[in-house]
Design a protein around this ligand. Structure first.
Ligand code: KG4
Ligand code: ZN
Length: 366
């Protein structure tokens, strides 16, 4: 059967709606899915002055824009709400105000149209994206690396996840954002740091690679930010300010450290699985996977370990509604039919793993 799914996402600073067609067979979804439209309304201008996402501003903006996002998504897909079979909405984890805006809006929409509604785990949306984009077969290893998340997850099957390791402090995207702020670059920091680093010499400011030699796949990024701050202050002290050259070199040094850490831990995670040849699949998702040098290093690590690497197109690496629609379709295929939904600010994919990250700038995380 075919399902036309409307997906809604509002757990951080993007308001997103998308329409995805999914085929469901006896054994589950038959990917890839077909993305009919994917609308992402950013909140760029709204948080600039604060150097990070302000939860109250984000929640209000979501409430104001969800309607528009859905209208556009339907328009671009050239379908009406009456053609939709199922609605999926992010029910957590994330900033509770934004999640609530989305859940309340979706409840109203579903009740009005008489449609089933499934509450989706945002992390599951990211985790299943390679199945949406290329029908990747499970099991596979996933590195989810974004502004709020950083973990290696074994996707045994849709709905069955095991965490192999993760950041014990900051998420790399958050570290990129803080690094950009330290160097007077804009928000979000990742793309700015990447652009600035292209002209830089990564060897001029050697930064530490915390935990790189420790066995296992746990990571740490907060020390890196402190080291960057110290290197910046030393440069300022010596020269009375930061030149464009300094900034480029600092960005390059920082990005190289994150790259090396992620690649080393990816190797460790792949190694620990002991999967047979021909069954070794590695996928990346999340905003930081948009970074060119990091993607390249992960590809090299995968090749060394005999894994294939799946990296969704950039616009599906960052937050979007299509991944939420797809995850709802996967849940439907598992037999879920919706029901009472509550917003969950914390909602780990692997419920048996101990929580790792505390509440940060982007809100509580799993
Ligand atoms: O997945 P995402 O859109 O939102 C979260 O769920 O967090 O990821 C956003 C994060 C931001 O912290 C941003 O700085 C980072 O991903 N990011 C990048 C790049 N593009 C986005 N980090 C490094 N390099 C990039 N090119
Ligand atoms: Zn995300």
């Amino acid at each position: 059967m075919e399902l036309l799914v409307l997906g809604l996402e509002s757990s951080c600073d993007d308001t997103a709606a998308a329409l995805v067609r999914a085929r469901i067979g006896a054994g589950g979804t038959e990917g890839p899915g077909e993305i009919l439209s994917s609308v992402v309304l950013g909140q760029e201008g709204l948080h600039d002055a604060f150097g990070g996402v302000v939860p109250e501003i984000a929640a209000r903006a979501h409430a104001e824009r969800l309607d528009l996002a859905v209208e556009r998504a339907l328009g671009e897909a050239r379908v009406s709400l009456s053609c939709v079979d199922l609605i999926g909405v992010t029910a957590g984890p994330g900033l509770i105000g934004g999640v609530l805006s989305g859940v309340m809006f979706a409840k109203g929409l579903a009740a009005g149209a008489g449609l089933p509604l499934i509450g989706v785990n945002h992390l599951e949306g990211h985790a299943l994206t390679p199945r949406l984009t290329e029908g990747l077969a499970a099991p596979y290893l996933l590195l989810l690396v974004s502004g709020g998340h950083c973990q290696f997850i074994e996707v045994a099957a849709p709905g069955r996840y095991r965490r192999l390791g993760g950041s014990i402090d900051d998420a790399p995207g958050e570290a990129f954002d803080k690094a950009a702020k330290l160097l007077g670059l804009g928000y979000p920091g990742g793309p700015e740091v990447e652009r600035t680093a292209t002209e830089g010499d990564e060897a001029r400011f050697p930064l530490p690679r915390p935990l790189i030699d420790r066995p296992g796949a746990d990571m740490s990024f907060s020390g890196l930010k402190t080291a960057l701050l110290r290197a910046r202050d030393l440069a300022v002290e010596r020269e009375g300010g930061l030149t464009a050259r300094d900034r480029a070199d600092l960005c390059a040094g920082f990005q190289a450290a994150v790259r090396d850490l992620l690649a080393a831990k990816a190797r460790a995670a792949m190694d620990s699985l002991g999967w047979p040849e021909g069954e070794r699949r590695f996928a990346v998702a999340g905003g930081v996977a948009a970074n060119g040098p990091i993607r390249a290093a992960l590809a090299a690590a995968a090749e060394e370990e005999g894994f294939t690497l799946s990296a969704p197109p950039l616009r599906l690496c960052t937050d979007n509604g299509a991944m939420i629609a797809w995850a709802a379709a996967e849940r439907w295929a598992l037999g879920e039919r919706g029901g009472e939904i509550s917003a969950r600010p914390r909602w780990p994919l692997d419920e048996t793993a101990a929580p790792m990250l505390g509440g940060g700038r982007k809100g509580p995380r799993a």
